[in-house]
Design a protein around this ligand. Structure first.
Ligand code: BDP
Length: 607
């Protein structure tokens, strides 16, 4: 049976209690915790907020950079009236892996730091009593983990994370923890796929439960009025004159699912859904059959102090900034984000390219600096002894992401890798497995893509044929021929695009990354690289190039906001390619981009 990844909600039949707040916390550098009974009692715990990354809470460097095992613990109360139900503890994410112990007994383990999992504790907890939970987490990276990296050991014996990617390896319990009480027989998941028909929309649904009682499905309009219903685990619903979910005009219906025994409701679950179609056709993206040009950003979950911990005020501010600047789309670079992000996008009418944490698949300490990227020289990332293990973890992450996110109207596409090394022989076999899996898992068959690294060209890259649309990360005028050489960068950029134009076929192309590091306090006339003026010039050059190719159907700037990275000579306290600062205030370029995006019609290049 698949693990239920439904969002935790209180309904007529379900109860939820938030376990967010201050937990006990302790590092376990020698990994002796299990042996020494830390699952029952943590020695000298300090307090640690949940959800949050632990890193930037600390004032000393050893703790901030800590790599290895670490523990969280909490006493929690289980109501007596919950006996005879199913009791679970749901972690929306623990980075990067976790083992969960309740009252000393190990309940479950989970690999991967950006997707949810449940620990079933029905027979372990004491009802009407306090219970004890301990989480043994670990934040080490390897070449079989998503994301990929390695652990170095300093001469003094301290472990240090070396990510193969360009964001800080924030760690901890990053998203909410929920204690849930479900009826023993309950809904595990559902799917709903829309087709536009004359006079309305058809919704083909499936419901999965863990029992055999009858299933009933209703659709309510935004006012809560029931407009159609059906019985059975598989069925069709018809919504007359359906009010479609549109960009920045997001009408939401509610799907209500019940398991019934005659008049008795065994389980009920409701969620807001949108009715819309999305497809790739003739080099265009069609939302509800009409062309849409993608404008927006690659983003990160990243903010001061809380790191990658879910923070609703920051999240809301991000959406306000994205609306203000005229964006309609973002990629969840480089991992699935908190569920609340997708809910907000559903409500606000934003389009999401949902990305699995397959980043750092390149033999290099920083994939953006790989010395031999795209040269055709085999690096062999997909031919290693460890590849089968990596593929297993990759497939698990894809399965969990699609199961979790498949019903969001905002999710329009799956991004299955970011900048993999894709020139060697094993690439095609590996890609085929992950692209086929995404297709099989998604009842809506959303388009699939991956972000193609700089200099990786049609004749050197072996993976692009698998994509339903092409996504390029390109830095002409920044990493390649920056500053005074920008006119040469433009020439070479156009040369590359002329090449793709000959072979892209029906596939539209978008830019999933282009950007220039910019210091928000730097003004310079004439411009130099890193100044605010240069960021504008860089964007102008890129936009002029995009505007001259009809098959280019979207522009996602790297990045929405400045973000934290590993320290080093290429990064000045983080990556500064944000159009907004890390505090979500505009750089000069924000006004520049707003002027462009406000003027571009939604169906730009749609004809
Ligand atoms: C690309 C990566 C992204 C980096 C970006 C950059 O996909 O994670 O942050 O370049 O260099 O290589 O700014």
């Amino acid at each position: 049976m698949e693990q239920s990844l439904l969002y935790p909600r209180t309904t007529e039949t379900r109860r939820t209690v938030s376990l967010d707040g201050m937990w006990g916390f302790q590092f376990d550098p020698t990994g002796k915790g299990v042996e020494e009974g830390w699952a029952e009692k943590l020695p000298a715990p300090i307090q640690m907020p949940v959800p949050a990354s632990f890193n930037d809470i600390f004032t000393d460097k050893y703790s901030r950079e800590y790599t290895g095992d670490f523990w969280y613990s909490l006493d929690f109360f289980v109501p007596g009236e919950w006996a005879n139900n199913e009791v679970m503890i749901r972690f929306a994410s623990v980075t990067h892996r976790a083992r969960v112990f309740v009252n000393g007994a190990e309940i479950t383990a989970h690999e991967g730091g950006f997707l949810p999992f449940n620990a079933e504790v029905t027979d372990i907890v004491r009802y009407n009593h306090f219970n004890h939970i301990a989480v043994l987490a670990n934040n080490e990276l390897s070449e079989t983990t998503l994301p990929a990296g390695k652990t170095a050991v300093l001469a003094n014996g301290t472990r240090m994370t070396q990510p193969y990617f360009d964001f800080y390896n924030y760690s901890g319990i990053h998203r909410p923890v929920t204690l849930m009480c479900l009826p023993k027989e309950h809904v595990l998941g559902y799917t709903a796929v829309d087709t536009l028909r004359t006079g309305g929309a058809q919704i083909d649904y499936t419901v999965e439960t863990n029992g055999s009682h009858e299933v009933m499905v209703e659709i309510m309009d935004a006012e809560g009025k029931r407009i159609t219903e059906s019985t059975g685990r598989v069925g069709k619903l018809f919504v007359k004159k359906a009010h479609l979910w549109q960009v920045h005009n997001a009408y939401l219906y509610t799907i209500h699912i019940e398991i019934r025994d005659g008049a008795h409701v065994i389980d009920s679950y409701s969620e807001r859904i949108g009715i819309r179609t999305f497809e790739v056709k003739d080099s265009h993206f069609l939302l509800n059959g009409k062309p849409v040009y993608l404008k927006g950003f690659g983003r990160h979950e990243d903010a001061d102090i809380r790191g990658k911990g879910l923070d609703l005020p920051t999240l809301k501010r991000d959406f306000e900034c994205m609306k203000w600047i005229g964006a309609n789309c973002f990629r969840t670079s480089h991992y699935p984000y908190a569920e609340e992000v997708y809910q907000m996008a559903d409500e606000e009418g934003f389009l999401i390219i949902d990305e699995v944490p397959a980043v750092g698949f390149m033999q290099s300490t920083n994939n953006f600096l790989a010395a031999n990227q795209g040269t055709g020289k085999p690096l062999g990332w997909f031919e290693k002894e460890t590849t089968p293990e990596l593929l297993k973890n990759h497939k698990q992450a894809i399965t969990e992401m699609i199961t979790r996110d498949r019903n969001h109207p905002s999710v329009i596409a799956w991004s299955l890798l970011n900048e993999p090394q894709c020139t060697s022989e094993g690439t095609e076999a590996y890609f085929k497995e992950v692209f086929d899996l995404a297709h099989a898992l998604d009842p809506e068959k959303r388009p699939r893509t991956y972000a193609i690294i700089m200099m990786s060209l049609p004749n050197t890259s072996k993976g692009w044929q698998f994509s339903d649309f092409l996504s390029l990360n390109r830095y002409y005028g920044w990493y390649v021929q920056g500053g005074y050489q920008i006119s040469d960068a433009e020439v070479n950029f156009r040369k590359e695009l002329d090449g793709w134009q000959k072979i892209h076929g029906e596939r539209p192309m978008i830019f999933t990354e282009y950007g220039a590091d910019t210091n928000p306090s730097e003004h310079k006339l004439p411009s130099v690289m890193w100044s605010q003026e240069y960021q504008d010039e860089y964007l102008d050059m890129n936009h002029a190039v995009f505007d001259s190719y009809d098959y280019i159907q979207g522009e996602l700037i790297w990045n929405f906001a400045d973000f934290q990275t590993t320290e080093g000579i290429m990064r000045a306290n983080g990556n500064k390619k944000g159009i907004f600062t890390r505090q979500r205030q505009p750089k000069d370029a924000a006004f520049h981009v707003k002027a462009r995006w406000d003027a571009l019609p939604l169906d730009y290049k749609g004809k």
